[in-house]
Design a protein around this ligand. Structure first.
Ligand code: UD1
Length: 418
């Protein structure tokens, strides 16, 4: 298992570019199954989650090519409807094949996803919505078996709370269903908007209604399309925070500042200033970091996927703050590792209390999940001396060549191949 060896406190400057959005591209990859023919996706980075999703699509019968930053998916010969446990257990987003397979083949068999480092993460809302569209679902031998011999039928579905994954899966199932569907209390994440744009480009009829609802008029057929993927707001946010924590000013390019408003507002409260122009954000970090409380929420609230990285930043604040995780309450595995680097964080009644320290000092730590590993990279960049982060396969799932990108602006991160 590879590790990162980070020599902290280097001077960072220049420009760093953001890749395409992992969480937008994963459902779009599975949406290509809804059609026959070759879809072309641009701005697709080489990360391990895409390798795994490509593997799954190939098992289903699609041809997937990924060269440079372009991915071509030809689903003409897709004809298998099972997502095996070995893949689903490694990548929860495999559940995204459920909606498209059911819509296309009237049946699907997807391994039941297990827990993961950030919690139990059930899929009951996905199943509730798909049942409402007329599918019969049984769970046997660890597999979700869904079928609808006469096809799916439009329905009105109200999600009891917001789920990104359930919104995406239901959308992909409903676009080919007979008649009209209304989805209420949907996720408003930019990744969902990008999926809607992709599906509409394929010929789907999806429109936003007032009050977080969507109307979908089922169509008979969808066509393959070519589209450029949106930039990854979580990678961009991680990079903004790497500038702030190291107190080095640099520019994050090819991002969408509109998607980062909740983070930028909190960083402003911490004392950062920004210059924002046309897809580029330059951060002017605060010398004295003010403590700022955050509570994670569905978009446009503060993203849970930046909670760990923001916590790293707050470890060096001049005072105390509270970090409340409302999306995945168990998502605090990084705390013990940050404390190994000299941070002072405690959990009280499910809320992380961060008491800022004067400095972090390098140590050996372990990555526990994707965003926790990004938080450790940030802490390692700001820490004195050497930090070794083991199990960085987590970071390779979602960040393309993060060490090369940061080294290009002055960081000293070595990948140790073990
Ligand atoms: C997606 C993102 C993930 C991000 C999360 C929240 C992808 C591939 N992953 O995950 O990076 O952290 O959104 O922004 O896009 N829940 C249920 N039942 C369900 C579905 C969800 O109880 O059927 C719960 C979850 O356990 C969680 C909350 O709902 O507490 C929100 O989860 P959800 O928005 O569905 O997250 P994911 O789509 O899994």
């Amino acid at each position: 298992m590879d590790a990162f060896l980070i020599n902290g406190k280097k001077q960072l400057s220049g420009k760093i570019s953001v890749s395409g959005a992992k969480n937008a591209i994963l459902p779009i990859m599975t949406a290509t199954l809804l059609t026959e023919g070759k879809s072309i996706l641009h701005n697709v980075p080489h990360i391990n989650d895409f390798k795994m999703m490509s593997h799954l699509l190939r098992i289903i019968g699609a041809r997937v090519e990924h060269e440079n930053n372009t991915m071509k998916i030809d689903s003409s010969n897709a004809g298998y409807w099972e997502a095996p446990y070995e893949l689903v257990s490694k990548m929860r987003a495999s559940i995204y094949v459920l909606g498209p397979l059911l819509a296309k083949f009237n049946k699907a068999s997807v391994a039941f996803p297990g827990g993961c480092a950030i919690g139990t993460r059930p899929v009951d809302l996905h199943l509730m919505a798909i049942e409402k569209l007329g599918a019969n679902i049984t769970i046997e031998h660890g597999y979700i078996n869904a079928n609808c011999p006469d096809g799916l039928v439009g329905a009105e579905i109200t999600f009891p709370f917001i789920s990104v994954g359930a919104t995406a899966n239901t959308l992909m199932a409903a676009v080919l269903a007979k008649g009209k569907s209304i989805l209420n209390n949907i996720a408003l994440e930019p990744e969902i908007d990008s999926l809607i744009s992709f599906l509409n480009k394929m010929g789907a009829k999806i429109k936003h209604l007032h009050n977080n609802s969507l109307e979908i008029i089922g169509v008979d057929k969808l066509s393959p399309v070519e589209m450029t993927m949106i930039p990854d707001r979580i990678e961009a946010g991680t990079l903004l925070l790497s500038s702030a924590i190291t107190k080095n000013s640099f520019t994050i390019c090819n991002c969408e500042p509109q998607h980062l408003i909740s983070l930028i507002e909190k960083m402003e409260l911490a004392g950062c200033k920004f210059e924002i122009s046309d897809g580029n954000i330059t951060v002017f970090p605060a010398e004295m970091i003010k403590p700022v409380d955050i509570t994670t929420e569905a978009y446009p609230g503060f993203p849970t996927d930046l909670q760990a990285q923001f916590m790293s930043y707050m470890t060096l604040a001049n005072g105390k703050c509270q970090i409340k995780e409302t999306i995945f309450p168990d998502r605090f595995m990084h705390i013990a590792e940050l404390n190994r680097l000299g941070a002072n964080i405690q959990i009280n009644n499910g809320i992380a209390e961060v008491s800022g320290v004067k400095k972090l000092s390098g140590a050996e730590v372990m990555a526990t999940d994707l965003r926790a590993s990004a938080a450790l990279v940030l802490a390692g960049l700001a820490a004195e001396g050497e930090t070794t982060i083991s199990r960085i396969y987590h970071i390779d799932r979602g960040y393309e060549k993060i060490e090369q990108k940061l080294n290009a602006i002055g960081a000293d991160i070595k990948r140790i191949i073990q």
